[in-house]
Structure formats: C-alpha cells, structure tokens
Write a protein that binds this ligand. Structure first.
Ligand SMILES: Nc1ncnc2c1ncn2[C@@H]1O[C@H](COP(=O)(O)OP(=O)(O)OP(=O)(O)O)[C@@H](O)[C@H]1O
Ligand SMILES: [Mg+2]
Length: 219
C-alpha cells in the first residue's frame, strides 16, 4: 500500500509477550502525551476497527494454520491502518496502539516459525512502510508473565501456548529491538509497576522533547 501520505502526528506502539504489562501502562503514556497538548487516538491490535474486532474474536479463540493466522492478522492490520491510523496521523493526532506489526514478526514469525520474507510480503500489502515512531517493548521472563496472567484472567488461544512458543516470541522481539534501537526501546518489565512507570515516563518525555525541538527548528 501507499504510505507516503503526510504524517503530521506521531505513532507509538506497545509490544511484549502476553502478561508483560502493556495494557497496564498505556494510560500513563496517553496522559503524558495529552499533557504535552497532543490529541491522542488510543487503539489496539488485533482490532481497532469493527471488522478488526470481529477478526480479533476469531484470532484469539480459533485454532488455524499459521499462514491463515498471519493473513488474518495482517488483514485486520490493513483495515486498522486505512481506517484509523493513517487518518489520525494525517490530522496531526498521536496514535498509541496496544500491539502493531512487531507482534506479527514475533508471534507469527518467532512463535509460529513463518518465514520473514512471507511476513514482509504481507506487510508490504498491509502497512507499506508505516512503522511506529516509537515502540515500547515490555520485556519480561516467561514465568513472570505467566504468573501475572494466571492471577488475572481466563487464557485465550495464544496465552495457552507452551513455554517454547513464548521463548521464541520473546527472542524475536529482542532481535527487532537490537536491529532497530532508535525506534524500539526495551523496558525491563520484571520490575514493579511503579518502577516501570518511571522508566516509561523517562522514555516518553525524551521522545516528546525531541519532537518539540524538531518542530521548533522547522518553524
Ligand atoms: N510490573 C507488574 N508487576 C506485577 N503485576 C503486574 C505488573 N504489570 C502488570 N501486572 C499485572 O499483570 C497482569 C497482566 O498485565 P497486562 O494486562 O498489562 O499485560 P499485557 O502485556 O497487556 O498482556 P496481554 O498481551 O495479554 O494483553 C495484570 O493483571 C496486571 O495488573
Ligand atoms: Mg493487554
């Protein structure tokens, strides 16, 4: 798809294995951005649109072949980009998404062992070159994440996967962070909620300040 539209706003994504603490900290980031005067669109994947939410229901419950799962994930993502993310960025809004394309690289690529070239082909159709400006990767040992989830809710299809699946997902996430350090910031999510919030606050404030400085130099 064409993604060479003007993007006036900024795009922040949250990534990490199930139970890492993404959803716990998304509200804080929203508040920090709003306090800096940004109009924020908060969204999630899979989902973010009526069709995407229907696909989410299927994806989180039904078993299916890995490539089917990948195609449905990227289908939902394309709808999300076209209907929500691109229009918001074009308006100058800031988009904060609970998961985006790195989830597919990690889960369908790392966890389900699909080839990166196949995911790149789907990505070409679904998102073009629309990557987040900032990604917070919540990194945590599997056992810690599992224990948190066990306390909080009934497991969905992904959350029922075995330890080697999540080990592969976590490993692929860390590879993405190692190759794209400017975009992807790793947060040690094994700490307490308060400690993590402090780290997240620091990363987002730095990001906000850098953007303000760039905007000023262009004014
Ligand atoms: N640092 C932490 N210490 C202890 N418990 C935590 C911490 N962060 C989150 N939790 C708890 O762990 C559970 C999972 O956290 P959360 O829902 O934020 O994870 P998530 O990354 O959004 O997971 P999912 O990918 O499944 O949506 C929640 O019950 C939350 O309150
Ligand atoms: Mg969550």
């Amino acid at each position: 798809m064409q993604t060479n539209m003007a993007t006036l706003g900024k795009f922040i994504s949250f990534e990490g294995i199930d139970g890492a603490g993404k959803s716990t900290h998304i509200e804080l980031v929203r508040q920090l951005c709003e306090a800096a005067g940004k109009q924020v669109v908060q969204t999630r994947e899979p989902g973010g649109t009526p069709l995407g939410e229907q696909l989410r229901g299927i994806l989180l419950q039904q078993k299916m072949a890995p490539a089917t799962e990948a195609m449905l994930m990227y289908a939902a993502r394309h709808e999300h980009v076209v209907q929500v993310i691109q229009p918001a960025l074009a308006r100058g809004d800031w988009v904060i998404s609970d998961r985006y394309v790195d989830s597919s690289i990690a889960y369908q690529g790392g966890g389900r062992a699909l080839a990166q070239a196949q995911l790149d082909a789907l990505g070409q159709i679904a998102i073009g070159d629309l990557l987040p400006d900032l990604t917070l990767l919540f990194d945590v040992p599997l056992e810690v994440a599992q224990e948190r989830l066990a306390r909080s809710r009934v497991f969905d299809k992904f959350e029922q996967e075995q330890a080697d699946f999540f080990q592969a997902v976590r490993g692929r996430y860390l590879q993405i962070a190692a190759t794209q350090p400017d975009r992807v910031k790793v947060v040690d999510a094994s700490q307490s909620i308060e400690e993590i919030a402090e780290v997240v606050r620091g990363i987002v404030q730095t990001f906000l300040q850098r953007n303000a400085a760039i905007a000023e130099s262009q004014a």
